[in-house]
Ligand binder design. Structure first.
Ligand code: G6P
Length: 454
């Protein structure tokens, strides 16, 4: 078997020492497969220095990176527009952020066609070849590939939630997008709920024939399955156990100087529920004066999609909320909310995970949420407060589960987490760690690829 991966982004970036692979869940999962079996990675490649075809590694190539060059206007309409202002909000049930523009779908159509053409140019027309497309940026590409190559083996993994049929059908192009996806042989989602929503969408909107996990349209059958993604557990475990991480975590605890540390770590995205989390922490402080001076909330927000207006507005609102809470509650030597708007390395994040007594992971909606798994792997005795509206919540019943829209419930959960008896923390964490070990990201990729044989 050889593999063609098709994703919005390419897996390499330019450094002073030449091209290097980038850090991220997808690259971690798929590069070992490409390195072992060879193949191609097709992606938009934002770096203008990237040639249209780049062998990687340069000196002794394992695979080819094929770039699909986009103009600024195409990038605006396909990525910032259709992907980030249409498919992202609708899939996360946050339709107040939805912006429907004809130019978004027009460009999305032509860009998806270009991705499909790049795949047809580079991937061998071979029955052993698997073409694996990633995420909501590329819903129409499978159909183009299928039309050109009826016998191709095509998979797609959707990394975000698939919304309820009644929400998906809000999109004026819902049927066309579904047809595009149904060019695949296999479609993966993180959890059964998204599988069910997708199948219902195909049945109701296209009149497709469906079973519990197949959809048949115009004589072609697509299997639809849950494949929950994991993290690189061993590497995280080792990293979290290093002396350097321990020292960094101790330093952080000393610097903050409070008995309790609660952390939040996210991309700055309106799906992550950062604002509601801040107001919940504010309510917790109002209701629990005993904790004044004794608890620090450390929120890290990584800059993301900064060209999109709703992200700029969210940044202003978060800045304002942090200022308001600190303005009201801070006193000598105590700053209740520590907020950082920047990118940290995984190594640095490990120190935050280790230093924390509790993690507050409360997205308004999230396909999986891998920060949860990183925290569980790195922490020794931390408590986990987890939004029930994440994919992770289906898999992690031992977390303290909350409805992220319930501010009072969140404020109560902070108290429960901080006051949880050691014995209970340990036993919950044991269950959480054992699930995360089983979800390992390498197993995820292998299970998905193995599934083509079944
Ligand atoms: C989510 C999506 C990914 C995306 C990532 C970061 O996890 O599922 O496809 O790459 O967010 O977003 P960005 O727009 O920066 O790629």
């Amino acid at each position: 078997m050889s593999l063609t991966v098709v994703a919005n982004r390419v897996p390499i970036r330019k450094t002073d020492d030449g091209w290097k692979t980038s850090v991220g869940g997808l690259t971690t999962a798929l590069l070992p497969v490409l390195e072992e079996q060879g193949g191609v990675w097709v992606g938009m490649g934002e770096d203008p220095d990237l040639p249209e075809c780049q062998q990687y590694p340069e000196d002794d190539p394992d695979f080819l990176v094929r770039r699909v060059p986009l103009s600024d206007e195409e990038l605006d309409n396909y990525y910032y527009g259709m992907a980030n202002r249409v498919l992202w909000p609708v899939s996360h049930y946050l339709i107040q952020h939805l912006e429907l523009r004809e130019r978004f779908i027009d460009t999305y159509r032509s860009v998806n066609e270009r991705f499909a053409k790049a795949v047809l140019d580079e991937s061998p027309d071979d029955p052993d070849e698997i073409i694996w497309i990633q995420d909501y940026h590329l819903m129409l590409a499978p159909r183009h590939i299928r039309d050109a190559r009826p016998d191709a083996v095509i998979g797609h993994f959707w990394h975000i939630p698939w919304p309820a049929m009644e929400v998906f059908r809000i999109l004026p192009w819902s049927r066309e997008l579904l047809r595009g996806m149904l060019g695949c042989d296999l479609i993966g989602f993180h959890v059964d709920e998204y599988v069910d929503n997708f199948i219902e969408s195909a049945e109701v909107l296209l009149g497709a024939d469906v079973t519990e996990n197949t959809v048949t349209l115009d004589g072609h059958t697509t299997r639809v399955e849950a494949h929950p993604i994991g993290i690189e557990v061993d590497r995280f475990k080792k990293m979290a156990a290093t002396e350097e991480v321990k020292e960094k975590a101790d330093k952080l605890r000393n610097r903050l100087g409070t008995d309790n540390i609660v952390i939040g770590i996210d991309r700055l995205d309106y799906t992550k529920g950062i604002l509601s989390r801040l107001t919940a922490f504010e309510q917790f402080l109002e209701e629990n004066p005993d904790y004044h001076g004794k608890v620090s909330f450390y929120q890290i927000a990584t800059p993301s999609r900064t060209k999109v207006e709703s992200y700029q507005q969210l940044k202003r609102e978060v800045d304002e909320a942090v200022g308001r809470i600190n303005g009201q509650f801070a006193r000598d030597n105590w700053v209740p909310v520590n907020y950082r708007y920047r990118t940290y390395t995984q190594f640095e994040l490990c120190a935050f995970y280790r230093a924390a007594d509790a993690a507050l992971i409360t997205p308004l909606r999230d396909g999986m949420n891998v920060v949860t798994q990183e925290f569980i792997t790195a922490t020794q005795n931390g408590a986990l407060i987890l939004s029930e509206l994440t994919g992770a919540a289906y898999l992690l019943p031992e977390a303290i589960q909350v409805n992220p829209y319930d501010q009072g419930g969140l404020a109560d959960a902070i108290k429960v987490a901080l006051e949880m008896p050691d014995e209970e923390r340990r036993s919950r964490l044991k269950g959480l760690k054992s699930t995360v070990e089983k979800l390992d990201v390498h197993k995820w990729a292998q299970h998905f690829l193995d599934s083509f044989d079944r």
